[in-house]
Design a protein around this ligand. Structure first.
Ligand code: C2E
Ligand code: MG
Length: 563
């Protein structure tokens, strides 16, 4: 260890025997080059801190320790504080939380102190300190990227390395890295090279603006990396999703609003990465590169902007103004007509007062990829609603809710984890959840679709394939997927007129389903003949105007009350 790497840990307060016990333990953390200084008075300790070079403060929870803690907060001193105290046996977790709220980086019970525990508690601070002092001039500003105010790549790597070490030593410490790829923003008719550079910087500036509970840095020419540390299980996903939503809001550019195609990849840690670079690479590998790099623009000055772009920017507004709602179309057992569940279908209460069916705007939402945030909203609303119905109608415990996923949602690497956390927050059981994915999407994005279906299945939910027979998708494309069933498209069902000719395609789909061991659901059933033919062909479930149209929440209550 070079002397320049040595750093000071200041031990404040405590009885002289306790302080020297801690000093002995710290002297055993040799590999980190820690040197220890004891301070018995708060003024002395604060003066020492102001003179710099202290990597961390270990403060006993006594009068001296408490006044140093106050001083650190008041004077905005950067050194992290580890508090050592007697933890009451009643609620030690609450006490640790209270200390964290009061600005402590860690709170340790005196009885649990050992060289290993101290090493873990101090590791992050020591690495950070070393990162700062190794920079030229040991100036904190040199760890910041001058363009964006984010950390520099090197400063970020040090934090990431410390998080990796800590996750190895501490079983419940988690970290996650989010890689943001701006490579799809490139010069075009619309954007000069200068515009492109400025837009990339603006992505970084927006990131810096929201970086309250994470650290972020630019990496390479076109990437940013975000590090989430010490989040409770699942919360890093919510945080990653907020980052994504924020960065995907449109960017003003002259008179235009630009929707940038950014790639996002999340890699969750815990002892899996050999070093910081490995963690960054893993996140980068998770990035789903937009298939066609594209820039959506809405020009306020144009009289007639292209139709989808108008709708896309209207949709972004609709999401902000909460103009969406969900209707629920009953799915029934085709034999008994008993309710089996519902398909959630999104609706848009347009500012013109009309309610628009999904068919009117879902393509624009898919093209602009706004379906990702809109879909999250819809999935969460439907799950919450279904959880309500479960508690209201206890005699129907197996009712399920089916939700549609389009290609951008299937390509979203955060989707499965987000669903897991929504299951937790809504309280809905995973077995009540179905997702519908078009066969064509599975064929086009086989690898991603497999990961998604496997992830959802591991979470306890089920996936149905829609539109089989309307794309190139074959049984082989679906083999090995843990699927639950096939939906027979209403375009096939509507052709049923009792002749062998019209049911031939359906028979073919039924054969494919049985080759894969799947159940079938006929959709768009409008008359009894269609229902009878489907039942005769072995289809178990049905949906369509013959039974019910998509219903409002209030109508579902009435429908279930009679079931
Ligand atoms: P889909 O999954 O095939 O949904 C069924 C569509 O058929 C719905 O139209 C529904 O209102 C309509 N429908 C139901 N029964 C009958 C019937 O008996 N006859 C006829 N002619 N039509 C019937 P909607 O609500 O306009 O949805 C259109 C498509 O939009 C859906 O097709 C689905 O692919 C997509 N979609 C709807 N909600 C969402 C959503 O939340 N997320 C995503 N990603 N896509 C959605
Ligand atoms: Mg559907």
């Amino acid at each position: 260890m070079r002397p320049a790497d040595a750093c000071v840990v200041l031990v404040v307060g405590g009885s002289s025997s306790h302080a020297s016990e801690v000093q002995t333990m710290l002297s055993q953390i040799r590999s980190y080059g820690v040197s220890v200084e004891l301070c018995a008075h708060s003024t002395e300790a604060l003066a020492r801190l102001s003179s710099g070079g202290v990597a961390a403060v270990l403060a006993f929870d006594d009068y001296v320790g408490a006044s140093v803690q106050r001083g650190i907060l008041e004077q905005d001193i950067l050194a992290p504080l580890v508090v050592i105290q007697e933890l009451s046996s009643d609620d030690p977790v609450a006490e640790r939380l209270r200390q964290r709220e009061a600005g402590a980086a860690e709170c340790l019970a005196f009885t649990e102190l050992s060289p290993a525990v101290l090493r873990v508690a101090l590791l992050g601070s020591i690495e950070t300190h070393r990162g700062i002092t190794q920079m030229q001039g040991a100036d904190v500003s040199s760890v910041l990227d001058p363009d964006t105010g984010l950390f520099t790549t090197l400063a970020m790597r040090r934090r990431l390395a410390a998080a990796i070490d800590r996750s190895e030593a501490e079983s419940d410490y988690r970290y996650a890295t989010l890689y943001i790829d701006t490579a799809a923003i490139h010069p075009s008719d619309l954007l000069s090279a200068t515009d492109v550079a400025a837009l990339r910087t603006r992505v970084g500036l927006r990131l810096a603006h929201i970086a309250n509970d994470f650290v972020a840095a630019p990496v390479g020419e076109t990437g940013y990396v975000v590090l989430f540390r010490g989040f409770p299980e699942g919360e890093d996903l919510g945080a990653a999703d907020s980052v994504r939503r924020e960065l995907q809001r449109p960017y003003d550019h002259d008179d235009d609003q630009l929707y940038l195609d950014l790639g996002f990849g999340l890699a969750r840690g815990r002892g899996r990465d050999a070093n910081a670079q490995a963690a960054i690479d893993r996140a980068r590998c998770e990035v789903v590169v937009p298939r066609v790099p594209r820039l959506h623009t809405h020009s306020a000055s144009e009289r007639r902007p292209p139709a989808t772009d108008v709708v896309a920017s209207e949709l972004a507004q609709a999401l902000q103004r909460e103009e969406f709602s969900v209707t629920y179309q009953p799915i029934v057992d085709i034999q008994s007509q008993r309710p089996y569940g519902f398909e959630a279908l999104i609706r848009w209460r347009h500012p013109d007062g009309e309610e628009r069916p999904a068919a009117d705007f879902i393509n624009a939402a898919n093209d602009s990829e706004l379906i990702v945030p809109i879909g999250y909203w819809c999935v969460e609303a439907a799950m919450r609603q279904m959880a309500d119905w479960h508690s209201e109608f206890e005699h129907l415990p197996d009712l399920c809710i089916s939700m549609n996923l389009s290609a951008p949602q299937v390509l979203d690497p955060l989707f499965v984890e987000r669903v897991r956390s929504m299951l937790m927050t809504t309280g809905l059981k995973a077995s009540a959840v179905r997702f519908e994915i078009e066969a064509g999407t599975i064929a086009d994005h086989n690898k991603e679709a497999r990961a998604l279906v496997e992830g959802l299945s591991a979470a306890g939910s089920k996936v149905w394939v829609e539109d089989y027979g309307l794309s190139d998708c074959t049984v082989d494309d679906l083999r090995g997927f843990p699927l639950d069933g096939f939906k027979i498209d209403r375009r096939f069902v509507s052709r049923i007129d009792g002749t062998e000719m019209t049911s031939g395609r359906i028979r073919h789909i039924m054969t494919a389903a049985s080759a894969l061991g799947l159940r079938t659901l006929g959709e768009g059933i409008e008359n009894q003949l269609q229902a009878n033919v489907l039942r005769w062909l072995g289809c178990q479930l049905g949906q369509g105007y013959l039974y019910e149209r998509p219903l409002s929440v209030a109508e579902v209550y009435a429908y279930l009350a009679e079931a």
